[in-house]
Write a protein that binds this ligand. Structure first.
Ligand code: NAI
Length: 487
C-alpha cells in the first residue's frame, strides 16, 4: 500500500483539531495540515500564546510539541488539498436532511482542486451511505489519472477526555469498499494509526457498517442515559435511590458500571443529532417501529429536562417569579467549553419563562457564548431583556450569593469542592440545592442545612410536590417538531 506522507484535515473543530494534532504528534514523519474556512478559528490555533479555540485537557501540550514541526493550521484549503495524499473530512454535520451540505461542499472542493489521486476519509458522523454520494461527486468531477478512494473512519472520542481517548482508543474503525483498491486505501490509513495504536484495536469493516456503527454507538450510549433517567423518575416517586440502583445493576457484568449516572439529561452536539439521523434512516427504510423506538430516547431526554425545571418550580412553593436561582455550569459536560445542546440552556430558558432571575457561572464557557446560546434559545425575547434577568458571575460563590436555589447543571469537579458552608450562609433559606448531576456529597450538604433535591434523601419531600402531568397533545406537538427538524 502507498505510504502516506502528507495529510490534510478539512475542519478545525472539536474533532478535526485534536484528532489530527495527535496524528501529527505520533507520526513526526507525516506533514499534517488542518484547514478551515473560519479564519478566527485558524488564528486561534496559531496563536503564539496557545490560546486555542477549544478547551480540552492536554490539548495545548500536544499542539505545543507538534505545531510548526509537522503540524500546521491554515485557511488555504485548496493548497492543503492539492498537496495531501490523504484527506480527512471533519466538518460539522448539523441535524436536518441537508446536514451533510458541509460534507458535500468539502467533497466538491476536493474534486475541483485535486490533480493527483487521493484517499478521502469521512471523519464526520454522517448518515449511512454518505460515502456513496461522496464517491459519485468525486468521480463525476475528477480529472484524468486522478483516482479517489473513500474510507469511513468515524471518531469515537468524547469531549473532555479527547486526548486520552485519542492516545489510547478502545478501537479505531475503518470502513472501505471490499475491492482491492478499497482494501489498499484502508491499509494505508491503518498504517498511520499503527504508529501508536495496537494492531488488534484497528478494526476494518465495510463502508456501510462503519458509518452505521458510529450512529449505533451513540444511540446505544444515549439509550443508557435515557434508561437510567427513566428509572430516576420512578425512584423519585417511590423513594428508591437512583445512585444505589445504578450501583447495584452496574455490578452485573453484562450491564457494566459506566454511563449509568442519572442526570438532568444528556447534551452535546452529537447524541440527539445522531439518533435523529438513525430515526430518519429507519423511516426511509420503512421501519416505523424502529424509528419510534430510537425517537423515544430523545423524547425521554426532553422529558427529563422538563421534569427537572418543573421540579424546581414546584419545590420553590409553586412559583419562581422574581426569585433568584444560581445555575452552576453552562457547558454540556465537565472539562469542555462546548455548550451545544447543553441542558443548562433549556433550564435557564425555562426559568426565564417563569420570570425568575438567574445567576450563571461556568469555569470555561465564554460570556459571549452564553449570551449567544440564550438568545438562540429564546429568539423572540430581546437580548436586552435576557440581560436584565441573567447575570454571569465570575465565581460560584458570587453566583450563589443571596439566591433562593442553586442548580448544578454541569458536573465540574470544582463544584464538588466548593466551600459549601460559606455558600450556605450567603443564601436565602430554605436553601434549596438541585443537583442535576448527582455530584455533591448529599449527606454532608444536608447536614450543613441544604434542602437537597436530586437524591433519595429528599425523595419524600419531592414525592409530595411531584406532579408529573402527561400532556399527550404537547407530546404530539413535540414529536412533530422533532420530525420537522430532521426533514
Ligand atoms: P465543529 O463545528 O467544531 O467543527 C467543524 C469545522 O468545519 C468548523 O470550524 C467549520 O468552519 C469547518 N468547515 C465546515 N465546512 C468547511 C469547508 N467546506 N471547508 C473548510 N472547513 C469547513 O464540529 P465538530 O464537533 O468537530 O464535529 C465534526 C464532525 O465530527 C461532526 O460530524 C460530528 O458529528 C462528528 N463528531 C463529533 C464529536 C464531538 O465530540 N464533537 C465526536 C465524534 C464525532
Amino acid at each position: 500500500s502507498p505510504k502516506v506522507t502528507k495529510i490534510c484535515c478539512i475542519g478545525a473543530g472539536y474533532v478535526g483539531g485534536p484528532t489530527c494534532a495527535v496524528i501529527a504528534l505520533k507520526c513526526p514523519h507525516i506533514k499534517v495540515t488542518i484547514v478551515d474556512l473560519n479564519k478566527a478559528r485558524i488564528d486561534a490555533w496559531n496563536s503564539p500564546d496557545f490560546k486555542l479555540p477549544i478547551y480540552e485537557p492536554g490539548l495545548d501540550e500536544v499542539v505545543r510539541q507538534a505545531r510548526g514541526r509537522n503540524l500546521f493550521f491554515s485557511t488555504d484549503v485548496d493548497k492543503a488539498i492539492e498537496e495531501a495524499e490523504l484527506i480527512f473530512v471533519s466538518v460539522n454535520t448539523p441535524t436536518k436532511k441537508s446536514g451533510v451540505r458541509y460534507v458535500e461542499r468539502a467533497t466538491r472542493n476536493i474534486a475541483n482542486i485535486a490533480t493527483s489521486s487521493k484517499i478521502v476519509v469521512e471523519k464526520s458522523t454522517v448518515p449511512c451511505r454518505t460515502a456513496e454520494s461522496m464517491r459519485t461527486i468525486l468521480e463525476a468531477n475528477s480529472k484524468p489519472n486522478c483516482r479517489f478512494d473513500i474510507l469511513s473512519n468515524p471518531e469515537f472520542l468524547a469531549e473532555g477526555t479527547a486526548i486520552q481517548d485519542l492516545f489510547k482508543p478502545d478501537r479505531v474503525l475503518i470502513g472501505s469498499l471490499q475491492t482491492p483498491e478499497g482494501i489498499r486505501a484502508c491499509e494505508a490509513l491503518s498504517e498511520v494509526y499503527a504508529n501508536w495504536v495496537p494492531k488488534d484495536r484497528i478494526l476494518t469493516v465495510g463502508l456501510w457498517s462503519s458509518e452505521l456503527s458510529k450512529l449505533a454507538a451513540n444511540a446505544m450510549l444515549a439509550q443508557r442515559i435515557s434508561s437510567i433517567n427513566a428509572l430516576s423518575a420512578i425512584c423519585e416517586s417511590t423513594g428508591a435511590n437512583i445512585d444505589e440502583v445504578a450501583h447495584a445493576i452496574g455490578y452485573d457484568t453484562r450491564i457494566g458500571p459506566k454511563f449509568l449516572k442519572a442526570s438532568v439529561g444528556f447534551g452535546g452536539s452529537c447524541f440527539q443529532k445522531d439518533i435523529l439521523n438513525l430515526v430518519y434512516l429507519s423511516e426511509s427504510c420503512h421501519l416505523p417501529e424502529v424509528a419510534a423506538y430510537w425517537r423515544q430516547v430523545v423524547e425521554m431526554n426532553e422529558y427529563q429536562k422538563r421534569r427537572f425545571s418543573k421540579r424546581v418550580v414546584d419545590t420553590l412553593f409553586n412559583t419562581i417569579t422574581g426569585k433568584r436561582i444560581a445555575v452552576l455550569g453552562f457547558a454540556f459536560k465537565a472539562d469542555t467549553g462546548d455548550t451545544r445542546e447543553s441542558a443548562a440552556i433549556t433550564l435557564i430558558k425555562d426559568f426565564l419563562s417563569e420570570r425568575a432571575l438567574v445567576n450563571v457561572f461556568d469555569p470555561q464557557v465564554e460570556h459571549s457564548q452564553i449570551w449567544m446560546d440564550l438568545q438562540e434559545a429564546s429568539p423572540l425575547v430581546p437580548l436586552d431583556h435576557i440581560k436584565k434577568h441573567v447575570t454571569i458571575a465570575s465565581s460560584a460563590l458570587e453566583a450563589c450569593k443571596g439566591v433562593d436555589a442553586i442548580v448544578i447543571a454541569t458536573e465540574w469537579k470544582e463544584f464538588k469542592e466548593l466551600d459549601w458552608e460559606q455558600l450556605y450562609k450567603t443564601m436565602n433559606k430554605p436553601a434549596f440545592l438541585f443537583d442535576g448531576r448527582l455530584l455533591v456529597d448529599a449527606q454532608k450538604l444536608t447536614q450543613i442545612g441544604f434542602k437537597l433535591i436530586g437524591t433519595a434523601i429528599a425523595a419524600s419531600l419531592a414525592t409530595a410536590t411531584l406532579l408529573v402531568s402527561h400532556n399527550t397533545l404537547s407530546k404530539r406537538q413535540r414529536r412533530k417538531h422533532l420530525e420537522e427538524d430532521i426533514k
